[in-house]
Ligand binder design. Structure first.
Ligand code: ATR
Length: 295
Protein backbone atom coordinates (compact mmCIF):
# COMPACT_ATOMS: atom_id res chain seq x y z
CA UNK A 1 0.00 0.00 0.00
CA UNK A 2 2.66 2.49 1.06
CA UNK A 3 4.82 2.32 -2.06
CA UNK A 4 2.67 4.57 -4.22
CA UNK A 5 1.90 7.25 -1.68
CA UNK A 6 5.49 7.81 -0.63
CA UNK A 7 6.33 10.04 -3.57
CA UNK A 8 3.42 12.47 -3.11
CA UNK A 9 4.86 15.93 -2.87
CA UNK A 10 2.44 18.00 -0.82
CA UNK A 11 2.93 21.73 -1.22
CA UNK A 12 0.97 24.98 -1.05
CA UNK A 13 -0.89 24.24 -4.28
CA UNK A 14 -1.87 20.63 -3.63
CA UNK A 15 -5.52 20.04 -4.39
CA UNK A 16 -7.56 17.65 -2.26
CA UNK A 17 -10.08 15.10 -3.49
CA UNK A 18 -11.33 12.01 -1.72
CA UNK A 19 -14.05 9.51 -0.99
CA UNK A 20 -16.79 9.71 1.63
CA UNK A 21 -18.53 6.62 2.95
CA UNK A 22 -19.04 4.41 5.94
CA UNK A 23 -17.28 2.05 6.34
CA UNK A 24 -14.41 3.24 4.18
CA UNK A 25 -11.66 0.78 5.13
CA UNK A 26 -11.92 -1.52 2.15
CA UNK A 27 -11.95 0.89 -0.76
CA UNK A 28 -9.19 0.69 -3.35
CA UNK A 29 -9.96 4.20 -4.62
CA UNK A 30 -7.17 6.04 -2.71
CA UNK A 31 -4.54 3.64 -4.06
CA UNK A 32 -5.86 4.01 -7.59
CA UNK A 33 -6.19 7.79 -7.68
CA UNK A 34 -2.94 8.58 -5.87
CA UNK A 35 -1.07 6.20 -8.17
CA UNK A 36 -2.51 8.05 -11.17
CA UNK A 37 -1.62 11.49 -9.77
CA UNK A 38 1.93 10.33 -9.27
CA UNK A 39 2.19 8.82 -12.73
CA UNK A 40 0.96 12.02 -14.36
CA UNK A 41 2.73 14.36 -11.95
CA UNK A 42 -0.54 16.03 -11.00
CA UNK A 43 -0.63 18.05 -7.83
CA UNK A 44 -3.54 16.25 -6.17
CA UNK A 45 -3.97 14.02 -3.17
CA UNK A 46 -6.90 11.61 -2.65
CA UNK A 47 -8.01 10.89 0.92
CA UNK A 48 -10.58 8.56 2.51
CA UNK A 49 -13.13 10.23 4.81
CA UNK A 50 -15.21 8.03 7.09
CA UNK A 51 -18.49 9.93 7.24
CA UNK A 52 -21.57 8.63 9.05
CA UNK A 53 -25.10 9.28 7.84
CA UNK A 54 -25.57 12.13 10.31
CA UNK A 55 -22.37 13.82 9.12
CA UNK A 56 -23.17 13.85 5.41
CA UNK A 57 -24.45 17.41 5.05
CA UNK A 58 -21.68 18.84 7.24
CA UNK A 59 -19.08 17.00 5.20
CA UNK A 60 -20.31 18.87 2.10
CA UNK A 61 -20.17 22.20 3.91
CA UNK A 62 -16.65 21.28 4.96
CA UNK A 63 -15.80 20.40 1.39
CA UNK A 64 -16.83 23.86 0.21
CA UNK A 65 -15.16 25.66 3.13
CA UNK A 66 -11.90 23.79 2.63
CA UNK A 67 -11.93 24.04 -1.14
CA UNK A 68 -11.85 20.27 -1.62
CA UNK A 69 -12.20 19.71 -5.38
CA UNK A 70 -14.38 16.66 -5.32
CA UNK A 71 -15.54 13.49 -3.63
CA UNK A 72 -16.37 10.01 -4.66
CA UNK A 73 -19.39 8.83 -2.76
CA UNK A 74 -19.94 5.31 -1.57
CA UNK A 75 -22.31 3.46 0.74
CA UNK A 76 -24.47 4.58 2.50
CA UNK A 77 -24.59 8.07 0.94
CA UNK A 78 -25.03 7.58 -2.81
CA UNK A 79 -28.75 8.22 -2.77
CA UNK A 80 -29.19 10.67 0.10
CA UNK A 81 -26.48 12.98 -1.21
CA UNK A 82 -28.60 13.84 -4.25
CA UNK A 83 -30.71 16.38 -2.34
CA UNK A 84 -27.60 18.46 -1.57
CA UNK A 85 -26.47 18.79 -5.19
CA UNK A 86 -26.96 22.03 -7.11
CA UNK A 87 -27.00 20.15 -10.42
CA UNK A 88 -27.32 16.50 -11.40
CA UNK A 89 -26.20 14.78 -14.58
CA UNK A 90 -28.90 12.98 -16.55
CA UNK A 91 -27.60 9.56 -15.55
CA UNK A 92 -27.40 10.51 -11.83
CA UNK A 93 -30.96 11.79 -12.03
CA UNK A 94 -32.40 8.69 -13.66
CA UNK A 95 -30.29 6.14 -11.80
CA UNK A 96 -31.12 7.96 -8.58
CA UNK A 97 -27.59 7.86 -7.21
CA UNK A 98 -24.49 10.05 -7.19
CA UNK A 99 -21.04 8.53 -6.85
CA UNK A 100 -19.01 11.60 -7.85
CA UNK A 101 -19.29 15.19 -6.68
CA UNK A 102 -17.47 18.06 -8.35
CA UNK A 103 -17.07 21.23 -6.28
CA UNK A 104 -17.26 23.91 -8.93
CA UNK A 105 -16.33 26.96 -6.83
CA UNK A 106 -18.96 26.17 -4.24
CA UNK A 107 -21.53 24.79 -6.65
CA UNK A 108 -21.94 21.05 -6.17
CA UNK A 109 -22.38 18.95 -9.31
CA UNK A 110 -23.45 15.32 -8.96
CA UNK A 111 -22.54 12.58 -11.43
CA UNK A 112 -22.94 8.83 -11.70
CA UNK A 113 -19.71 7.45 -13.12
CA UNK A 114 -20.73 3.82 -12.39
CA UNK A 115 -22.71 4.19 -15.60
CA UNK A 116 -19.51 5.10 -17.47
CA UNK A 117 -17.76 2.16 -15.81
CA UNK A 118 -20.37 -0.29 -17.05
CA UNK A 119 -20.52 1.35 -20.48
CA UNK A 120 -16.74 1.16 -21.00
CA UNK A 121 -16.62 -2.42 -19.79
CA UNK A 122 -19.25 -3.55 -22.27
CA UNK A 123 -18.27 -1.22 -25.12
CA UNK A 124 -16.41 -3.87 -27.09
CA UNK A 125 -19.52 -6.08 -27.13
CA UNK A 126 -21.82 -3.37 -28.40
CA UNK A 127 -22.68 -5.18 -31.64
CA UNK A 128 -23.58 -8.38 -29.77
CA UNK A 129 -25.82 -6.53 -27.36
CA UNK A 130 -27.85 -4.55 -29.86
CA UNK A 131 -31.33 -6.10 -29.91
CA UNK A 132 -30.33 -8.74 -27.36
CA UNK A 133 -32.11 -10.20 -24.36
CA UNK A 134 -30.15 -9.59 -21.17
CA UNK A 135 -30.58 -10.59 -17.53
CA UNK A 136 -29.70 -8.48 -14.52
CA UNK A 137 -29.32 -10.20 -11.15
CA UNK A 138 -30.14 -7.88 -8.27
CA UNK A 139 -32.40 -4.85 -7.94
CA UNK A 140 -30.40 -2.39 -5.85
CA UNK A 141 -28.45 0.71 -6.81
CA UNK A 142 -25.94 -1.16 -8.95
CA UNK A 143 -28.79 -2.80 -10.87
CA UNK A 144 -30.27 0.62 -11.59
CA UNK A 145 -26.93 1.78 -13.05
CA UNK A 146 -26.71 -1.36 -15.17
CA UNK A 147 -30.29 -1.14 -16.45
CA UNK A 148 -29.93 2.55 -17.29
CA UNK A 149 -26.72 1.82 -19.22
CA UNK A 150 -28.23 -1.10 -21.12
CA UNK A 151 -31.22 0.95 -22.20
CA UNK A 152 -29.43 4.24 -22.92
CA UNK A 153 -26.20 3.04 -24.48
CA UNK A 154 -26.70 -0.50 -25.80
CA UNK A 155 -30.14 -0.66 -27.35
CA UNK A 156 -30.95 -4.02 -25.84
CA UNK A 157 -34.34 -5.49 -26.68
CA UNK A 158 -35.45 -7.18 -23.47
CA UNK A 159 -34.30 -7.05 -19.86
CA UNK A 160 -35.00 -9.68 -17.21
CA UNK A 161 -34.59 -8.43 -13.64
CA UNK A 162 -34.01 -11.33 -11.28
CA UNK A 163 -33.99 -10.63 -7.56
CA UNK A 164 -34.41 -12.31 -4.19
CA UNK A 165 -37.13 -9.79 -3.31
CA UNK A 166 -39.28 -9.82 -6.41
CA UNK A 167 -41.20 -6.69 -5.35
CA UNK A 168 -38.01 -4.68 -5.73
CA UNK A 169 -37.54 -6.02 -9.24
CA UNK A 170 -41.11 -5.04 -10.03
CA UNK A 171 -40.64 -1.54 -8.75
CA UNK A 172 -37.55 -1.15 -10.99
CA UNK A 173 -39.57 -2.39 -13.92
CA UNK A 174 -42.24 0.26 -13.28
CA UNK A 175 -39.61 2.90 -12.73
CA UNK A 176 -37.78 2.34 -16.02
CA UNK A 177 -40.96 2.00 -17.98
CA UNK A 178 -42.08 5.42 -16.76
CA UNK A 179 -38.70 7.23 -16.72
CA UNK A 180 -37.16 5.81 -19.89
CA UNK A 181 -40.27 4.50 -21.62
CA UNK A 182 -38.66 1.07 -21.79
CA UNK A 183 -41.39 -1.49 -21.40
CA UNK A 184 -39.65 -4.75 -22.32
CA UNK A 185 -38.79 -5.74 -18.77
CA UNK A 186 -39.74 -9.00 -17.06
CA UNK A 187 -39.21 -9.77 -13.41
CA UNK A 188 -38.34 -13.03 -11.67
CA UNK A 189 -37.70 -14.19 -8.15
CA UNK A 190 -34.17 -15.49 -7.71
CA UNK A 191 -34.91 -19.18 -7.31
CA UNK A 192 -32.06 -20.84 -9.25
CA UNK A 193 -33.92 -23.82 -10.76
CA UNK A 194 -36.77 -21.54 -11.84
CA UNK A 195 -34.55 -19.00 -13.60
CA UNK A 196 -32.12 -21.40 -15.28
CA UNK A 197 -33.86 -21.20 -18.63
CA UNK A 198 -34.26 -17.43 -18.47
CA UNK A 199 -30.52 -17.11 -17.81
CA UNK A 200 -29.60 -19.63 -20.49
CA UNK A 201 -31.55 -17.65 -23.09
CA UNK A 202 -29.76 -14.38 -22.25
CA UNK A 203 -26.95 -13.02 -24.39
CA UNK A 204 -25.60 -11.13 -21.39
CA UNK A 205 -25.96 -11.82 -17.67
CA UNK A 206 -24.85 -9.16 -15.20
CA UNK A 207 -24.59 -9.94 -11.51
CA UNK A 208 -25.18 -6.68 -9.64
CA UNK A 209 -26.08 -8.41 -6.38
CA UNK A 210 -23.56 -8.70 -3.59
CA UNK A 211 -23.78 -12.49 -3.56
CA UNK A 212 -20.28 -13.97 -3.83
CA UNK A 213 -18.46 -10.90 -2.60
CA UNK A 214 -15.62 -11.33 -0.11
CA UNK A 215 -15.83 -12.64 2.61
CA UNK A 216 -18.70 -14.81 1.26
CA UNK A 217 -16.69 -16.12 -1.66
CA UNK A 218 -18.37 -19.53 -1.62
CA UNK A 219 -21.78 -18.06 -2.45
CA UNK A 220 -23.17 -17.64 -5.95
CA UNK A 221 -26.53 -16.35 -7.23
CA UNK A 222 -26.86 -19.70 -9.00
CA UNK A 223 -24.82 -22.89 -9.03
CA UNK A 224 -26.70 -24.53 -11.89
CA UNK A 225 -24.32 -25.04 -14.84
CA UNK A 226 -27.16 -25.10 -17.39
CA UNK A 227 -27.70 -21.39 -16.72
CA UNK A 228 -24.65 -20.69 -18.87
CA UNK A 229 -23.36 -21.46 -22.36
CA UNK A 230 -20.58 -20.64 -24.75
CA UNK A 231 -22.52 -17.94 -26.63
CA UNK A 232 -22.88 -15.76 -23.58
CA UNK A 233 -21.18 -12.82 -21.96
CA UNK A 234 -21.28 -13.05 -18.17
CA UNK A 235 -20.29 -9.97 -16.19
CA UNK A 236 -19.97 -9.88 -12.41
CA UNK A 237 -19.52 -6.37 -11.05
CA UNK A 238 -17.77 -7.78 -7.97
CA UNK A 239 -13.98 -7.30 -8.07
CA UNK A 240 -13.08 -8.88 -4.76
CA UNK A 241 -12.58 -11.74 -5.38
CA UNK A 242 -11.62 -11.23 -9.03
CA UNK A 243 -13.01 -14.62 -9.95
CA UNK A 244 -16.26 -15.19 -8.17
CA UNK A 245 -17.80 -18.62 -8.00
CA UNK A 246 -20.48 -17.34 -10.37
CA UNK A 247 -17.86 -16.37 -13.00
CA UNK A 248 -15.95 -19.64 -12.50
CA UNK A 249 -19.08 -21.61 -13.25
CA UNK A 250 -19.91 -19.51 -16.32
CA UNK A 251 -16.34 -19.91 -17.58
CA UNK A 252 -16.54 -23.69 -17.17
CA UNK A 253 -19.54 -23.64 -19.50
CA UNK A 254 -17.56 -21.69 -22.09
CA UNK A 255 -19.05 -18.23 -21.51
CA UNK A 256 -17.00 -15.11 -21.98
CA UNK A 257 -16.53 -13.75 -18.46
CA UNK A 258 -15.76 -10.26 -17.18
CA UNK A 259 -15.06 -9.30 -13.57
CA UNK A 260 -15.70 -5.97 -11.88
CA UNK A 261 -12.17 -4.63 -11.95
CA UNK A 262 -12.46 -2.81 -15.27
CA UNK A 263 -15.74 -1.22 -14.20
CA UNK A 264 -14.14 -0.09 -10.96
CA UNK A 265 -11.18 1.44 -12.81
CA UNK A 266 -13.35 3.07 -15.49
CA UNK A 267 -15.74 4.65 -12.98
CA UNK A 268 -12.67 6.03 -11.22
CA UNK A 269 -11.21 7.23 -14.51
CA UNK A 270 -14.34 9.24 -15.27
CA UNK A 271 -14.26 10.84 -11.80
CA UNK A 272 -10.56 11.56 -12.25
CA UNK A 273 -11.27 13.24 -15.55
CA UNK A 274 -14.10 15.34 -14.09
CA UNK A 275 -11.73 16.68 -11.42
CA UNK A 276 -8.50 17.06 -13.39
CA UNK A 277 -9.49 17.21 -17.08
CA UNK A 278 -6.86 14.55 -17.71
CA UNK A 279 -7.34 10.92 -18.73
CA UNK A 280 -6.38 8.34 -16.12
CA UNK A 281 -3.74 5.75 -17.11
CA UNK A 282 -6.26 2.92 -16.87
CA UNK A 283 -4.09 0.10 -18.27
CA UNK A 284 -1.36 0.65 -15.70
CA UNK A 285 -3.94 0.84 -12.94
CA UNK A 286 -5.63 -2.38 -14.01
CA UNK A 287 -2.24 -4.05 -13.85
CA UNK A 288 -1.51 -2.56 -10.42
CA UNK A 289 -4.86 -3.62 -8.97
CA UNK A 290 -4.82 -7.13 -10.43
CA UNK A 291 -1.46 -7.63 -8.77
CA UNK A 292 -2.73 -6.19 -5.50
CA UNK A 293 -5.63 -8.62 -5.43
CA UNK A 294 -3.22 -11.52 -5.87
CA UNK A 295 -1.33 -10.66 -2.70
P1 ATR B 1 -26.03 -1.98 -4.44
O1 ATR B 1 -26.30 -0.51 -4.29
O2 ATR B 1 -24.59 -2.35 -4.43
O3 ATR B 1 -26.77 -2.59 -5.57
P2 ATR B 1 -28.05 -2.88 -2.59
O4 ATR B 1 -28.93 -1.76 -3.03
O5 ATR B 1 -27.96 -3.18 -1.14
O6 ATR B 1 -26.56 -2.63 -3.07
O7 ATR B 1 -28.48 -4.18 -3.39
C1 ATR B 1 -27.95 -5.42 -3.11
C2 ATR B 1 -28.59 -6.46 -4.03
O8 ATR B 1 -28.03 -7.73 -3.71
C3 ATR B 1 -30.09 -6.58 -3.86
O9 ATR B 1 -30.67 -6.90 -5.10
C4 ATR B 1 -30.21 -7.75 -2.88
O10 ATR B 1 -31.41 -8.47 -2.96
P3 ATR B 1 -32.73 -7.96 -2.17
O11 ATR B 1 -33.32 -6.84 -3.00
O12 ATR B 1 -33.61 -9.14 -2.10
O13 ATR B 1 -32.26 -7.48 -0.83
C5 ATR B 1 -29.09 -8.63 -3.36
N1 ATR B 1 -28.63 -9.54 -2.31
C6 ATR B 1 -27.87 -9.25 -1.23
N2 ATR B 1 -27.64 -10.35 -0.49
C7 ATR B 1 -28.30 -11.36 -1.10
C8 ATR B 1 -28.45 -12.76 -0.84
N3 ATR B 1 -27.86 -13.33 0.21
N4 ATR B 1 -29.16 -13.50 -1.71
C9 ATR B 1 -29.75 -12.94 -2.78
N5 ATR B 1 -29.65 -11.63 -3.09
C10 ATR B 1 -28.94 -10.85 -2.26
Amino acid sequence: MGIMQSSININNNTKIVGVIGHPIKHTLSPVMHNFAYNKLNLDYVYLPFDISTTGLQDSLKGMIALGIKGFNVTLPHKERIMEYMDELSDSAKIVGAVNTVVNDNGKLLGYNTDVTGIMKTLEEYKDDLKGATVSVLGAGGAARSAIYTLIRHFNVKKINIINRTVEKAESLKDYFSSKMLFTKIKTFELIPPDVTEVLAKSKLIINTSSVGMSPDEDDSPTTIPESFNSKQIVFDIIYNPENTKFLELAKEQGALTINGLKMFVEQGARSFELWTNEPMPTDQILELLSKKNEI
